[in-house]
Design a binder for this molecule. Structure first.
Ligand SMILES: Nc1ncnc2c1ncn2[C@@H]1O[C@H](COP(=O)(O)OP(=O)(O)OP(=O)(O)O)[C@@H](O)[C@H]1O
Ligand SMILES: [Mg+2]
Length: 241
């Protein structure tokens, strides 16, 4: 069964038609990149899937559950566009930021002990290679380090799916590659399904297996990374399984 099914979804902002009759499926363990030029509706599509916006038409199912009455918020997590774009004087520590991910916004709050919480936070920070920064102030880390912390926050509940909206914007090429490798590892080692909006397609295509392309005329299609690589970068893409 598909872990995500978008079934004939349309959505318009009051003054703008964006998403029209989108249908596609994502399988468990997929690493999907959403690509398209600015303003094609990539962020809007993620917000529809996450039930932050309601489709005008059609349905979205996550793990078989209709997003309209989705309750299992511990199964999914979301790193929004510009997650790191806050005042650099923001006083929270790395540990505090990651701990905030332990409480899904909606849904059932399950009590866990302080010790258990600390263990989950530390494990998530270890996974992203940021354990030694746990007491640092988030606003004083580099953009790439901050993005790792936000990925740790997204990981802390052991989700089945992580949605990321342009997690590599504004960081240097080397940091982009290391974030891409981290996401590739999360996908392959832990089997987490990843759905990510990106413009850094040449760095991530080696880790993803599918590309969801929204074209300027508002159509959507899903192709394998191999196929997309041949079409766009003219390079053969090895997908490591
Ligand atoms: N709240 C809103 N109200 C009205 N129009 C909006 C709203 N949010 C976005 N739009 C418009 O809808 C279109 C799609 O926006 P969206 O943010 O989904 O694009 P995107 O593909 O994520 O672009 P980018 O690559 O720049 O992040 C844009 O033309 C944008 O101006
Ligand atoms: Mg966007």
């Amino acid at each position: 069964m598909a872990i995500l099914k978008v079934d004939n979804v349309s959505f318009n902002y009051p003054d703008k038609n964006i998403i029209k009759d989108f249908s596609f499926e994502v399988e468990k363990g997929d690493f999907v990149c959403i690509v398209g030029t600015n303003g094609t509706g990539k962020s809007t599509l993620l917000k529809l899937i996450l039930n932050l916006l309601k489709p005008d038409k059609g349905n979205i199912y996550i793990d078989g559950e209709n997003s309209k009455n989705f309750k299992s918020f511990n199964k999914i997590s979301y790193v929004s566009q510009k997650a790191t774009d806050f005042n650099s004087g923001f006083p929270a520590t790395v540990t505090e930021v990651v701990s905030a991910g332990l409480y899904p916004k909606y849904g059932f709050f399950k009590f866990i002990s302080k010790k258990e919480r600390e263990k989950k936070v530390l494990n998530a920070l270890k996974t992203v290679g940021m354990a030694e920064y746990s007491d640092r102030i988030i606003g004083r880390l580099s953009g790439g380090q901050q993005q790792r912390v936000f990925i740790a926050k997204a990981l802390v509940n052991n989700p089945s799916i992580i949605f990321l909206d342009e997690p590599t914007v504004g960081i240097d090429v080397k940091a982009v590659d290391s974030i891409c490798c981290l996401l590739g590892d999360l996908n392959k080692k832990f089997g987490i399904t990843i759905i990510m909006v990106t413009h850094d397609i040449s760095s991530i295509i080696y880790h993803s297996n599918k590309i969801l392309q929204i074209s300027d005329d508002g159509n959507v299609r899903v192709v394998s990374s191999e196929e997309f690589g041949k079409e766009t970068i003219g390079k053969h893409v090895h997908h490591h399984n």
